[in-house]
Design a protein around this ligand. Structure first.
Ligand code: COA
Length: 211
């Protein structure tokens, strides 16, 4: 391994940090039935095809091996969306125990709550409402499985993703800062209206998003 990569790996072991906004949506009311601006169809039974399709994409973060293992172990649902028979995007739905890449671990969701993550749409197909369609279909599916709430987490810089989720009724619940020191993870939660890195945050002892 080249020295530069080795040093980078060592420094990342000593310290890394990331943050995300936790969103939640209550599923007990009427859900938005959003239609994309292009003709699309969703396949709710395509988890293995979605995994294979994601492996062909440029971004390696969409196919984290531990995330895939958790998804297959706990029967998560990774539907894909097609137009004219071609897959153009997907969404990941986790039940009970999703693996959160930012935290390097599987979390335990509270009773009645599902989790949506990594909405992904091919670059040339973006801004046509495909993500909003995927989110609205995922909400409907999760509700049909008996869940009353769905959560997701999005880094604050991802404006397109935040916009799509907020349009589909998701509300900010918390900001979470994840700090990893020598392999140990500390999660700090703040209310969404008052967040900064060093000001008082509550250290979460249990699992996100409930501290
Ligand atoms: C995030 C992503 C899934 C959105 O897909 P999409 O099909 O283009 O989303 P939609 O067309 O349904 O809606 C996107 C919304 O964000 C808006 N938007 C797009 N780019 C934006 C930007 N840079 N800043 C602010 N808003 C933006 C769009 O105008 C649209 O808003 P509208 O409802 O007012 O029209 C897509 O950009 C993507 O795959 N990104 C890479 C993967 C990723 O980051 N996934 C999210 C992980 S948390």
């Amino acid at each position: 391994m080249p020295l530069k990569r080795l040093i980078g790996k060592f420094l990342r072991f000593i310290f890394t940090t990331n943050r995300a906004i936790w969103f939640e949506k209550d599923l007990t009311g009427e859900l938005i039935d959003y239609q994309a601006k292009i003709p699309v169809e969703i396949d709710m039974n395509s988890t293995s095809q979605t995994i294979e399709w994601l492996k062909k994409q440029k971004e390696s973060w969409v196919t984290n091996p531990q995330e895939i293992t958790a998804a297959l172990t706990y029967n998560h649902c990774w539907p894909s969306v097609r137009t004219n028979g071609e897959t153009i995007g997907c969404i990941k739905i986790g039940f009970n125990n999703p693996y959160i890449v930012d935290y390097n671990r599987v979390i335990q969701l509270p009773e009645g709550m599902a989790f949506i993550y990594d909405t992904y749409v091919l670059e040339e197909m973006r801004e046509k409402g495909v993500a909003k369609y995927l989110i609205s279909q995922a909400n409907k599916f999760v509700k049909s499985q008996g869940y009353t709430k769905v959560g997701c987490h999005i880094p604050p810089w991802n404006k397109a993703s935040i916009s799509a989720y907020e349009k589909m009724g998701f509300k900010k619940v918390k900001y979470i800062r994840n700090i990893r020191l020598f392999g140990f993870s500390i999660l700090i939660a703040k209310s969404p209206w008052n967040f900064s890195f060093f000001t008082k945050g509550k250290i979460i002892k249990g699992y996100v998003p409930y501290g």
